[in-house]
Design a protein around this ligand. Structure first.
Ligand code: FAD
Length: 414
């Protein structure tokens, strides 16, 4: 595949852009692969990419029932940070964040990583103590964060009202190298690189069953026939419970809708990401000028990918005290994604009761930021049977009570 470069753009400009290759092939499925990944979201595609790049396993198919990146990966609000509390979380999220720093160069695809800084507002005494604790934990983990004063918050984000009557801003946990990236581009960049390595990305094809012999996976049934494989990675976010059932085991996962909305585009007013967990909302400004706004997940299990009026009202009402200027904005569009929640709000990257079947899920409301690290760990687990980054996130922790409690770090936060 031809590399994207300034010279390529100049060359194509001279010939009316007639020479660009397709970014990825759309092949018919082969009869057999060394590894099949179910789900062409960011995590599935990143897993395939690092299987090829780090472990030389390239006879790989990524099977997607819709279009690649059409699940949560293409629906999220793109916040990237690694300021979690527990050591295993900080390790995998910081690995991901650091890979994001150079992902555009690595993939030769501009994923528009923007390390503009992420702040999590402390608006109660309890949050001050919680975030100061996280800042200390992050210092020990080698994750660069600091606890900042309300005045510094105001300097960094002048549109914030720090003197709110109910919830004044009392400080914030600040991660200067957190930020955002273009969500579609992350999926497209990985897909292009996978296709370039000879992997097959098979869209519009649902995996409907998992074939097993003697407790081991031998292939999958799909809407385009049966395909044999030695290893299977299930990376389907909100459909993890459904796919696990098809493979013959159960997962401690609930699926709920998480919604977000964007306003009409306005001139630049905010060049950081702000999360306000007490009032339950967060906001950043996209490159197009839209205010990207999100809140908490729905309070009941469901599989819908639409937005709901009551949710928009709740989220905006919560944010207006802290950002009074948004009360005058018009909403442009809103949507939902099906997120996969575990009890301890930490992911599962694990072997399963079926030999050769691996699962990567439970990223809930905050897995976009983890895509490169998660793919790295899942690929290592599938290739070698063990990964230091994934060890703590195995399914065993639910049986053995080794929970990785991130309910504070991942409450509303993404
Ligand atoms: C509104 C919203 C805001 C969010 N904001 C943030 C944020 O700011 N920061 C952050 O870090 N995270 C955020 N998240 C979470 C993040 O989007 C997800 O954790 C992450 O994208 C999950 O990626 P994935 O690859 O696991 O899943 P997905 O992108 O959902 O991919 C899974 C794919 O599997 C496919 N699939 C399912 N079943 C089958 C089957 N049987 N056969 C074949 N294919 C199948 C689906 O079609 C889908 O494309 C947000 C999520 C939402 C919904």
């Amino acid at each position: 595949m031809r590399r994207y470069s300034a010279f390529a753009i100049a060359r194509e400009a001279m010939r009316h852009h007639s020479g660009w290759d397709r970014a990825w092939r759309s092949p018919a499925p082969k009869a057999r692969y060394d590894a099949i990944i179910v789900g062409a979201g960011g995590h599935g595609l990143a897993t395939a990419y690092y299987l090829g790049k780090n472990h030389g396993i390239r006879n790989v198919a990524v099977i997607e029932k819709g279009w690649l990146g059409g699940g949560n990966t293409g629906r999220n609000t793109t916040i990237i940070r690694s300021n979690y509390l527990q050591d295993p979380s900080a390790a995998i999220y910081e690995k991901a964040r650091s890979l994001y720093e150079t992902l555009s160069q690595d993939l030769n695809y501009n994923i528009m990583f923007s390390p503009r800084g992420v702040m999590m507002l402390a608006q109660t005494e309890h949050e001050i103590r919680g975030y100061q604790r996280t800042a200390h934990a992050n210092a020990l983990q080698g994750v660069a964060t600091e606890y900042i004063s309300p005045r510094r918050v105001k300097e960094l984000c002048p549109i914030i009202n720090i003197d709110g009557p109910r919830y004044p801003v009392l400080g914030a946990l600040w991660q200067p190298r957190g930020g955002t990236a273009r969500h579609d581009a992350v999926a497209w960049g990985y897909a292009r690189a996978c296709s370039d390595m000879g992997m097959d990305i098979i869209q519009q094809t649902e995996v409907t069953g998992v074939r097993r012999e003697g407790g081991r996976v031998v292939g999958v049934d799909t809407t385009r026939g049966t395909i044999a494989c030695d290893k299977l990675g299930i990376v389907v976010a909100g459909h993890s419970g459904v796919m696990a059932e098809r493979a013959g085991f159960r997962l401690p996962i609930e699926s709920v809708a998480l919604q977000a909305l964007v306003s009409e585009p306005i001139k630049p007013v905010m060049d950081v990401v702000v999360m306000a967990n007490t009032v339950h909302g967060y906001m950043s400004q996209s490159d197009k000028g839209e205010m990207v706004i999100g809140g908490g997940a729905d309070g009941y299990n469901n599989y819908t990918q639409r937005g709901s009026f009551h949710h928009v009202e709740e989220t905006v009402r919560a944010l207006v005290e802290t950002f009074p200027m948004i009360s005058r904005l018009k909403m442009l569009r809103w949507w939902g994604g099906i997120v996969d929640m575990t009890g301890d709000r930490s992911p599962i990257i694990s072997k399963t009761p079926v030999d050769g079947v691996f699962v990567n899920c439970g990223w809930g409301t905050g897995g976009f930021k983890a895509i490169p690290g998660s793919g790295w760990a899942m690929a290592e687990l599938m290739a070698k049977g063990q990964s230091p980054l994934a060890d703590a996130f195995s399914l065993d922790r639910f049986r053995e009570g080794r929970f990785i409690d991130e309910s504070v770090a991942a409450g509303v936060a993404h």
